[in-house]
Design a protein around this ligand. Structure first.
Ligand SMILES: [Zn+2]
Length: 188
């Protein structure tokens, strides 16, 4: 895994690409939930589920199918009356992308097994050829160590900087669109 902070920050950054009406606090908080939820699969270790199993860590819960299902489910539960509209499609896309971003980041980490992106159709585990992110330990006790510091530093460089730039670009773009929009405030 990448750390919970990296997954959460990525979901928050992704929300910045959406319109002002849609990106409420509820919207990005649910996005963060989607981005961190796949790692709930680590409870499987306590029940004897092996890492490489279908329900194992980085298995089905990290797949693209799971991302789509979770995206639909979250939109259905929290935006029931918008689900059958264009906004509903946008919401499903955002929540699914946030969930899928989890596997994408994990596939760029230096350790563990790969990601079952295509589960349940293909349960093979995949990594990207380029893996600059230091893998995060499983369990909070191990995280508060030199290992944890190394993880945060590598995430700051490889996730924090690119997503930070994305947030800035989106902020600038939105400001520009608001400024160019002819409304009462600008025409008076
Ligand atoms: Zn993970």
């Amino acid at each position: 895994m990448a750390s919970i902070f990296a997954h959460a920050f990525t979901a928050y950054a992704l929300s910045k690409g959406f319109s002002e009406e849609i990106k409420t606090r509820k919207f990005w908080l649910l996005g963060i939930l989607c981005a961190i939820l796949p790692d709930a699969d680590v409870v499987g270790f306590k029940f004897g589920i092996a890492y490489e199993d279908f329900w194992g860590h980085r298995g089905f819960s990290h797949s693209l199918v799971f991302a789509l299902l979770l995206g639909v489910l979250i939109a259905l539960i929290f935006y029931t009356n918008k689900i059958a509209s264009k906004t509903g499609i946008i919401l499903i896309c955002y929540f699914s992308i946030c969930t899928a971003s989890h596997g994408v980041l994990d596939a760029m980490t230096t350790g563990g097994l790969g990601i079952a992106f295509f589960s349940p159709f293909d349960n093979a585990r995949y990594f990207f050829p380029w893996r600059p992110i230091q893998v995060s330990p499983i369990g909070a006790s191990k995280f508060f160590s030199i290992w944890g510091i190394k993880v945060l530093l590598s995430e700051l460089i490889w996730i924090g900087i690119p997503t930070g730039i994305y947030i800035l670009v989106m902020h600038y773009r939105n400001k520009k669109t608001t400024f160019n929009k002819p409304n009462d405030q600008n025409t008076k």
